[in-house]
Design a binder for this molecule. Structure first.
Ligand SMILES: Nc1ncnc2c1ncn2[C@@H]1O[C@H](COP(=O)(O)OP(=O)(O)OP(=O)(O)O)[C@@H](O)[C@H]1O
Ligand SMILES: [Mg+2]
Length: 456
């Protein structure tokens, strides 16, 4: 029996490290046969800050995926993101001799000329991604080889990383006993995993909202044309809640996931939580107020995404047709609505698509990066492999309806330990519980307001 090629993605995030093992069929289709996720360690905003801990977590993640698949992993495609990654789009030109067809050598020359931009010597090129070609002013040419013309032009998106952080990442992976098959920009991987066939002919903004970073990729007709990494993510929302509600990080995370909403209008109007703060005092907060703490941070993130695209390409609503949100933080209730409002474009939550095998395990937005690394590994040209658009493939199932917050009302027995949260929504007809004022005399609302004021 012949062994099919195995491709492994290692998505080193700030929240989790995920290994995804893909098996490539004879027809180019991909089955996911292994997955292993562990909490991230030794990483901060896309960069290694503790080699030993990061290596240990990588090892654990890979071993978990190996156990599921029964396959031994030797080499991996590794995601990169963070402030140390720089991306520019550069223009390349090649003159074509009279009466000659454009040859591959001419295309290579145009790309090479685009690459010949002065880059900081400390940068190592990760991707050279040609966009569409222009022949004698005729735009939108996917493959120029064989055409006639005298002037061949191409825009090339160049992604480069600072040598030091890349070396650290490589060292951790190697220490874990693995070979780095290639580095892949997080935004590129997420786009490869989530873009639908119809979106391959449009300009789409893919926003991977992770824990510590938000990665942005603008895909023009399937090509990554612009990318950026914003060093703020879902964990900052959790940190805001922890600070304002005086809760430990894990409890704030729990509150965010279960009761949070990005838009106050979408919060459960009947839900009130009783917070027992870390120092033992209690106060009540409605789901509406909760979401008023959450919204500014997300608005800030979307504002930064907007500014980034506006500056590089022009007003986002004019340059793009739609927005795809992915990454774990895109699971928050009301995020698509907030993004729709900010970008004035249709928005959907993108989940990995075009794969078979363990789809139930890797079909959430948080797995877009890991699955995208495997899809990148098939083609390695930065484009979605054609084989993953199978005509018989069923349409992406609609995302599961958000859990009604009311369901939480009949949750586990309320605990009143310091740093905990209890649902105190009254039964219909019952008076609302009396809100206890915090000891310092200022109402929670005032403190929330004060917090916002500091930001303005
Ligand atoms: N159901 C949920 N509702 C709201 N937020 C969620 C939910 N599930 C996960 N998150 C948030 O998603 C974030 C983690 O996302 P993800 O797993 O994509 O990050 P990562 O890839 O480890 O990080 P990064 O890409 O920034 O390096 C966390 O901030 C977490 O709070
Ligand atoms: Mg991620």
């Amino acid at each position: 029996m012949k062994d099919n090629p195995i491709i492994v993605g290692l998505d080193i995030g700030t929240t989790k490290i995920t290994t995804v093992i893909g098996e490539v069929g004879d027809d180019g289709s991909v089955d996911i046969i292994g997955e292993g996720s562990v909490p991230s360690e030794g990483m901060k905003r896309g960069a290694v800050v503790n080699l030993e801990r990061a290596t240990g977590a990588i090892r654990q993640s890979v071993q978990a995926a190996e156990r599921v698949s029964g396959v031994r992993v030797a080499s991996v495609f590794v995601s990169v993101a963070g402030n140390h990654v720089k991306a520019i789009t550069s223009h390349g030109l090649a003159a074509i001799r009279r009466h000659q067809e454009i040859a591959q050598a001419d295309v290579d020359r145009a790309i090479e000329n685009a690459r010949a931009v002065p880059l900081d010597p400390n940068l190592e090129i990760i991707h050279t991604l040609p966009q569409e070609y222009v022949v004698d002013g005729q735009e939108g040419i996917k493959s120029a080889v064989g055409m006639h013309g005298v002037r061949l032009e191409v825009d090339v998106h160049i992604v480069a990383g600072t040598a030091g952080p890349l070396l650290n990442l490589r060292r951790c992976v190697q220490e874990a006993g693995l070979k780095v098959e290639g580095f892949v920009l997080q935004a590129l991987a997420s786009g490869l995993a989530t873009l639908e066939a119809a979106e391959q002919s449009q300009t789409v903004v893919v926003i991977d909202m992770g824990g510590g970073t938000t990665d942005v990729g603008v895909f023009k007709r399937g090509n990554l044309a612009h990318s950026a990494c914003i060093p703020i993510g879902g964990d900052h929302v959790t940190a805001d809640l922890a600070q304002i509600l005086k809760l430990p990080h894990e409890e704030a995370e729990n509150v965010k996931r279960r009761y949070g909403a990005a838009v106050p209008e979408l919060a459960d109007p009947d839900l009130t939580l009783e917070i027992t703060t870390s120092n033992g005092s209690t106060h009540a907060i409605s789901a509406f107020e909760l979401s008023r703490i959450i919204k500014p941070r997300l608005t800030e993130i979307f504002g930064m995404v907007r500014d980034e695209i506006d500056q590089a390409l022009g007003p986002v609503e004019l340059v793009a047709q739609s927005v795809v949100l992915t990454g774990g933080a895109s699971l928050l209730r009301g995020i698509p609505e907030l993004a729709r409002d900010r970008f004035r474009l249709p928005v959907r939550v993108g989940r990995p698509r075009g794969i078979g095998g363990l789809t139930d395990i890797v079909n959430g937005p948080a797995h877009a990066g890991g699955v995208g690394l495997v899809l990148y590994g098939i083609g390695q040209d930065g484009k979605v492999p054609v084989s993953v658009f199978r005509p018989e493939e069923p349409a992406t199932p609609p995302p599961p309806a958000p859990q009604p917050q009311a369901a939480a009302k009949s949750g586990p027995e309320p605990k009143k330990e310091p740093g905990t949260v209890t649902v105190v929504t009254p039964a219909p007809g019952q008076p609302a519980p009396k809100k206890e004022r915090p000891k310092d005399g200022a109402s929670l609302k005032d403190r929330v307001r004060g917090f916002f004021k500091d930001w303005m």
